[in-house]
Design a binder for this molecule. Structure first.
Ligand code: XIL
Length: 348
């Protein structure tokens, strides 16, 4: 019998999926309603889609997801308030239309910083007030660590950082906290949170935030992982470290790619993927969920970055690295919404 995923893990954590509004009908919706008790927008709540022009907020698509969560009594994660990617250019232009990052005059730089932080506050305030009663977990900042950044703290040198330093991170959390529901949780979200040296850069930043009283509730571990990487002990250590700081952990964008990085060679079509790959993947899922479960209340939610193998951002990547052909198969439902070996692995 196909046990519902969210039922299976009801004592441990929520089971979520990233969705596009088009997935709220038909087969995706059926699987969502049956197996998931949490959702997040794959794209439509990102800054570029919510405020494409200054002062012009577009909530229609986001509202559909909020509505679906309500109707089906699901938890809702908001992804994301601040990111360096999928953010419109206008945020970083001064009143004259010049790029703020190019400014050399110290006085004008100071004015630019003020203006950018004001825009940030307006963006966050408008969204958080609107969805205050709907959102349970907010990804307040996304991917602010970059282990290759040319600074000692591993802070990503995005325009946000170049113009405000790390103030934008603190202002973002404080603003979100001011308007969010009291029981909503605020997350700092990133990828490769298990892997050194990135993990320690993230840890140092989060520790600083906690010590300064910046209202961060938890760490979102994206979890874009592979069959053999990162190792289980690395995953476990990372969760434990942040839990020891008194913070919650969520797995926010889980997918288990069949490939290493870069994903070459990729299988051209889904039908080309041999059974042995699905067996290896099921073993990985088995170990992973056993670990998550063993970590008890240190993890409150596990969200997949999609529903079934027919729709995954990893296909774009597989294609990109394989001259336009290549598919991945990262989930526990196959490209026709049937349960995979990986599903049975995490049910048993
Ligand atoms: C991805 C979406 O899945 C794609 O559809 C989009 O083209 C690019 O963004 N880390 C994140 C997510 O935090 O927002 C990204 O989502 C995947 C990597």
């Amino acid at each position: 019998v196909e046990v519902e995923l969210d039922e299976r893990y009801a004592d441990s954590f929520d089971i979520g999926a990233a969705v596009e509004p088009s997935m709220l009908e038909g087969k995706d919706a059926d699987v969502l309603k049956r197996h998931f008790n949490s959702i997040v927008a794959e794209n439509v709540m990102k800054p570029i889609n919510i405020q494409p022009e200054e002062g012009k907020f577009t909530f229609e698509e986001a509202d559909k997801i909020v509505q679906f969560a309500k109707e089906n009594d699901m938890e809702l994660r908001f992804h994301n308030l601040v990111w360096h990617s999928q953010v419109p250019e206008w945020f970083f232009l001064d009143e004259e239309g010049n790029k703020m990052v190019d400014e050399t005059d110290p006085k004008q730089r100071e004015r630019n910083k003020k203006l950018l932080l004001k825009r940030l506050e307006t963006h966050i305030k408008t969204i958080v007030k609107r969805y205050k009663n709907d959102v349970d977990s907010w990804d307040v900042v996304n991917e602010v660590i970059d282990e290759y950044a040319p600074n000692a703290e591993g802070l990503r040198e995005s325009p946000w950082y170049q113009i405000t330093g790390k103030e934008y991170i603190k202002v973002a959390f404080k603003t979100a906290n001011r308007y969010a529901a009291k029981d909503a949780k605020l997350y700092i979200n990133d990828y490769n949170t298990e892997v050194q040296p990135k993990r320690d850069y993230l840890y140092a930043l989060v520790k600083e935030l906690v010590e300064e009283g910046v209202p961060v509730d938890g760490v979102g571990h994206q979890g874009h992982i592979q069959i053999a990487w990162p190792s289980l002990p690395e995953i476990e250590d990372s969760i434990n470290m942040f839990a020891d700081l008194g913070l919650d952990n969520q797995i926010t964008e889980l997918d288990v790619s069949l490939y290493g990085w870069p994903p070459r060679p990729a299988y051209p079509d889904y039908e080309d993927i041999p059974a042995s790959e699905f067996e290896r993947q099921a073993e990985r899922y088995d170990q992973l969920f056993e670990l998550y479960e063993s970590l008890g209340d240190k993890i409150s939610s596990v969200t997949f970055w999609g529903v079934a193998d027919n729709h995954t951002w990893l296909n774009d990547r597989a294609e990109q690295y394989n001259d336009g052909v290549g598919v991945d198969a990262p989930f526990v439902f196959d490209n026709e919404y049937n349960v995979k070996l990986a599903y049975w692995a995490i049910i048993d």
